[in-house]
Design a protein around this ligand. Structure first.
Ligand SMILES: CC(C)(COP(=O)(O)OP(=O)(O)OC[C@H]1O[C@@H](n2cnc3c(N)ncnc32)[C@H](O)[C@@H]1OP(=O)(O)O)[C@@H](O)C(=O)NCCC(=O)NCCS
Length: 210
């Protein structure tokens, strides 16, 4: 199976909500997703799609270079170029998003379809979000995660997020505390080099699985 990262489109929302309902207890409305997707100034939302089709030839690089070009989009394009298939043949298997607040990015959501977990898709989505944060000019990235959600915490730790406090009774469904996590600055040579190495390993894993 090949995995692709694409910007989330409005027609993707029902598919995203289907994964969300299996992943979270307090779902967002379709309107909330629409508002986020339309706010291209400070939001980025992506979906991961799966396809059994082998890679197709990659098109030329995009004409307009972003302010700070991340490397993931090019790498994903090179390693997993989007095949010319209808979206029904490339189902959505995960999604994620972030906001830019001043010069920090805040990951608002990330989830993978339960049957597809443990294959590197969450990592691919997080990696894409880090790239988007970089392109938007964010200096650091933060998020909240349930204190009991150790699998997500491990994913974040792997990508350089560190615990930085808690928000008491942050989750309204069960009153659970949130662990606040922050990266170090993402534009330093140290962080960029760590990210490159993680991506090298991730793409090797995804290529092997494909
Ligand atoms: C968190 C989530 C997005 C991870 O997605 P995934 O595709 O299963 O994760 P990956 O296969 O990419 O794993 C990447 C890393 O995450 C961590 N991880 C993922 N699943 C794990 C598990 N069951 N136990 C421990 N660590 C786990 C590991 O560090 C793993 O790296 P490794 O394979 O080198 O050990 C997914 O479990 C999910 O959708 N959970 C429900 C929604 C959620 O909790 N979102 C986070 C909200 S803050």
């Amino acid at each position: 199976m090949y995995y692709f990262i694409e910007p989330m489109a409005e027609e993707d929302i029902p598919h995203v909500q289907a994964i969300e309902s299996q992943s979270f207890t307090t779902p967002w409305s379709a309107n909330t997703y629409r508002r986020e997707i339309r706010n291209t100034q400070s939001c980025r939302y992506v979906v991961a799609r799966a396809s059994a089709a082998p890679p197709a030839p990659s098109p030329a690089a995009p004409a307009a270079a972003p302010r700070r070009a991340g490397i993931l989009s090019q790498l994903v394009e090179v390693l997993f170029p989007q095949p010319e298939l209808p979206t029904s043949a490339r189902p959505i298997v995960g999604y994620g998003g972030l906001w830019l607040t001043v010069d920090d990015a805040h990951i608002t959501t990330i989830a993978v379809e339960p049957a597809q977990r443990g294959k590197g898709i969450g990592e691919l989505i997080l990696s894409a979000l880090i790239d988007h944060a970089y392109e938007l000019g964010a200096r650091q990235i933060t998020l909240e995660v349930r204190v009991s959600n150790t699998s997500a915490q491990r994913l974040y730790l792997k990508y350089g997020f560190q615990p930085a406090g808690t928000r008491t009774r942050y989750y309204t469904d069960n009153g659970e505390d949130a662990l606040i996590m922050w990266t170090d600055p993402i534009d330093t040579p140290v962080y960029r080099s760590r990210l490159s190495e993680l991506r090298r390993q991730l793409f090797a894993r995804l290529q092997q699985q494909a």
